[in-house]
Design a protein around this ligand. Structure first.
Ligand code: GLU
Length: 425
């Protein structure tokens, strides 16, 4: 996957500035919103299985809490940097604001390669993270969740450590937990589910019929694989799938469930190029992640990392629609090019909001100790995504701007109002 030196925090600030200019935001509010409220950084010592101790730099950036407790995931990845986490924290603020949640925005990260960790090492790292930042976490303070290379098991260790250190049960301190300890069944697939709802909305807008609509998805983690499955089930033709090591493409369609089974067995999606069940009997082409982005499909879904669509490749994008299930996959320069090419880009803050909406429902249920069915969660989640989608389309049309700026106008306005009401400016 293309890595790039583009600084995501600079991109995030540029996106904010575009909206701030249209909103005529005063300088003080813009200054508040351009920087995180708090940044925590520490080295976590982890005892490794070989008896040695290694330190891992760990971060929690709390961007804004005018609308409610800070909220956002924690990622474990070698690519984590302070500016990446700052950008991701700011994007969380806009995401929660846009869909009307009573949360602010935060993000965490640990610079490490979790694929090289044993299960016990991963547990010690997860517990170490909580030991380091415990006083800043809590159901009414800051609520972490899974993100890239973290999952329900990691949330379970983190919650357990948190409850041990604070001496009481507090299931709402972490979301994305296993069902057994207060998680909700629909949370793991919530980002993919919300993404599929966003695709359906944009398809309706552009009058695309599911059966003849081709979809390419970059990334086959928690987000990409569920999105692929929900879209396949809704009748869309998923023609390309990828993981960090490569992609497969077949114009007559792939079977996401079979691709997942094969990936688990073989470790790489590119090894699944000739499996009858994955590609409906015919051979798939093995392509690169960069080639996947440039396929002549109707819907392109970046569902992996930042900076995938940049000024370098934006001119080669052939999709009619880009639906951002990753955070920050398109740079501001690329945004302009896509808009000029009349490619509709559904921004991350809207398209991947299903994840944090699912987290919100989990937190609400933890707070009142009463649990809904998965169908109820899906129904409520769809309503929030559809309502935000319609508002973003209307706002973009009103100001003749792309959907990202439309989303920013709504999200920034709500946060700025809350800051003013609190007497912050
Ligand atoms: N990591 C997800 C995101 O980027 C979910 C965050 C959450 O649920 O707090 O939106």
């Amino acid at each position: 996957m293309a890595t790039s030196a583009i600084n995501p925090f600079e991109s995030a600030k540029k996106q904010l500035k575009i909206a701030a200019d249209i909103l005529n935001l005063d300088k003080k509010t813009l200054a508040i919103l351009s920087q995180p409220k708090r940044e925590l950084s520490d080295d976590i010592p982890v005892r490794m299985d070989d008896g040695s101790t290694q330190n891992f730099n760990s971060l929690r950036v709390q961007h804004n809490d005018a609308l409610g407790p800070f909220k956002g995931g924690i990622r474990f990845s070698p690519q984590v940097s302070i500016d990446e986490v700052r950008a991701l924290a700011m994007w969380m603020t806009w995401k929660t604001s846009l869909v009307g949640l009573p949360f602010g925005g935060a993000k965490g990260g640990v610079i490490c390669d979790p694929k090289k960790f044993s299960k016990r090492e991963l547990e010690r790292l997860s517990r170490g993270y909580v030991q380091q930042f415990v006083e800043y976490i809590g159901p009414d303070k800051d609520i972490p969740a899974p993100d890239v290379y973290t999952n329900a098991q990691i949330m379970a260790w983190m919650l357990d450590e948190y409850e041990k250190l604070t001496g009481h049960h507090a299931p709402g301190a972490f979301t994305g937990k296993p069902v057994e300890i207060g998680g909700i069944g629909a949370r793991e697939s919530a980002t993919g589910y919300g993404g599929a709802v966003a695709v359906q909305q944009v398809a309706k807008l552009l009058k695309l019929k599911p059966k003849s609509t081709t979809v390419a998805i970059q990334g086959f983690g928690n987000v990409g694989h569920y999105a692929a499955q929900f879209l396949h089930d809704a009748g869309y033709k998923v023609v390309a799938l990828s993981d960090s090591q490569g992609a497969i493409y077949n114009k007559s369609g792939l079977n996401p469930a079979a691709a997942m089974t094969c990936k688990i067995e073989k470790g790489k999606i590119a090894e699944c190029y000739y499996r009858g069940s994955v590609v409906n009997g015919s051979k798939a082409d093995v392509i690169t992640n960069d080639e996947l982005l440039e396929l002549g499909v109707d819907v392109l879904i970046p569902a992996a990392l930042e900076n995938q669509i940049t000024a370098k490749n934006a001119n080669s994008i052939k999709a009619k629609v880009v639906v951002e299930l990753a955070n920050g996959p398109t740079t501001p320069d690329a945004d302009k090019i896509l808009y000029e090419k009349k490619i509709v880009a559904v921004p991350d803050t809207l398209a991947n909001s299903g994840g944090v909406i699912g987290s919100y429902f989990e937190w609400v249920q933890n707070n009142y100790g009463y649990y809904w069915t998965d169908d109820e969660v899906h129904e409520r989640l769809s309503k929030l995504v559809i309502s935000a989608f319609n508002k973003v389309v209307a706002k973009s049309e009103e100001h003749s701007v792309n959907m990202r700026t439309g989303a920013y106008l709504l999200a920034v306005h709500r946060v700025a109002n809350a800051i003013e009401l609190r007497g912050g400016v």
